[in-house]
Ligand binder design. Structure first.
Ligand code: SF4
Length: 345
């Protein structure tokens, strides 16, 4: 694959690394390459010597500290796709649980494609952001129906699958196919923006176009399946929001190190609002009730019963009816003649 033909694979779900409560969804970030009318990004110069040292030292760190996740090194596009979707806006410890539950239930793309929406959602359980499961289900069906059961290697075709944005596509390309695709998630933004641009809070301080360009520059051709997890893990364990510069193997090459050493600190990224009583909270409760009911094989639940079982407050009941319509719009539930079911028939 011609590397120049690849999109800039930006972002997660937070990637599960980094601070998922603060990070934007990897695939919600733009991956559009600079247009002809966009001025070129202000990219700091990197000497070949410095570039070479950074690559070598970080890859060496990864070789010594890598975490043996099952999707890394498997060179399996399906496993890579599942892992990348599970990673969206989720901490790595929970990603593993979701991933293993999914792979156990749907070990192949064909088993995922042939399963019902309700089975998919029950497997997803309380993992959060269930729209991811819907997208993964739809993507599996498309791959089986239109791509002979294969996940497409062509970047544009890959990006056309539901739920596949730049970050997920980069993970599939690098882990699944071994192609040169630079992933960019919140952790990677932090490492690159500090190391090269000298910004303390690159998520907000470093122009996105600069990060994207630097990500491509830093990637040594032929190493994407090691380089992407290197930066992800480094941002998750060393160059964290409060960085451990004293443990950093590239501190002497880092543009931000003198600022941290001088006592400057990174401005916290705006914290996410409280979860309790949020729309996400109530959507989750509706979904849990539907999953529990579906597991009993009982007839469809009356919508009024569903709503009333969760709250006696008239205002909240009205709110739940509104939220239920969003679940239906998202393909997570179906309402027919006053009854609601998980997924769709
Ligand atoms: S020196 Fe500190 S800020 Fe720079 S890359 Fe290392 S951990 Fe991050």
């Amino acid at each position: 694959m011609n590397r120049n033909s690849l999109p800039l694979f930006l972002p997660t779900v937070p990637h599960p690394l980094g601070n998922p409560r603060q990070a934007p969804t990897p695939d919600s970030l733009s991956l559009m390459p600079p247009s002809k009318t966009t001025p070129p990004p202000d990219v700091p110069a990197i000497t070949p010597q410095r570039l070479g040292r950074i690559r070598t030292l970080l890859l060496h760190w990864y070789d010594e500290h890598q975490q043996p996740f099952p999707w890394r090194g498997a060179r399996d596009p399906y496993l890579a796709l599942v892992a990348a979707v599970c990673a969206q806006q989720t901490q790595i410890s929970r990603v593993i649980q979701i991933y293993e539950r999914w792979i156990t239930a749907f070990p192949t793309i064909e088993t995922a494609a042939s399963s019902s929406r309700a089975e998919i959602l029950r497997c997803w359980g309380r993992a959060g952001y269930p729209r991811r499961a819907v997208n993964l289900h739809e993507a599996s069906r498309i791959c089986v129906a239109e791509h002979h059961g294969q996940i497409p290697r062509d970047p544009d075709t890959l990006l056309a699958l539901p739920g596949v944005g730049p970050f997920t596509a980069a993970i599939v390309a690098s882990f699944g196919f071994g192609d040169d695709a630079a992933a960019v998630d919140t952790n990677i933004i932090r490492v690159i923006g500090r190391l090269i641009s000298g910004d303390l809070q690159p998520t907000t301080d470093t122009p996105r176009a600069t990060i994207d360009t630097l990500a491509q520059i830093l990637l040594r051709p032929g190493t994407a399946d090691r380089w992407n997890p290197t930066l992800m893990d480094y941002g998750g364990r060393i160059c964290t929001p409060r960085p451990h510069c004293d443990q950093c193997v590239v501190a002497h090459l880092c543009a931000a190190r003198p600022r941290f050493a001088a006592g400057e600190t990174a401005e916290p990224v705006r914290a996410q609002g409280k979860f309790a009583d949020s729309n996400r909270d109530w959507r989750g409760r509706l979904m849990q009730t539907l999953r529990d009911h579906h597991a009993t094989d009982a007839p469809p639940l009356r919508t009024t019963t569903l709503i009333n079982s969760l709250t006696a407050d008239p205002g909240t009941r009205k709110r739940l009816r509104s939220l239920l319509t969003t679940l239906i719009t998202d393909g997570l539930a179906t309402t027919t003649e006053g009854h609601t079911t998980l997924g769709f028939p």
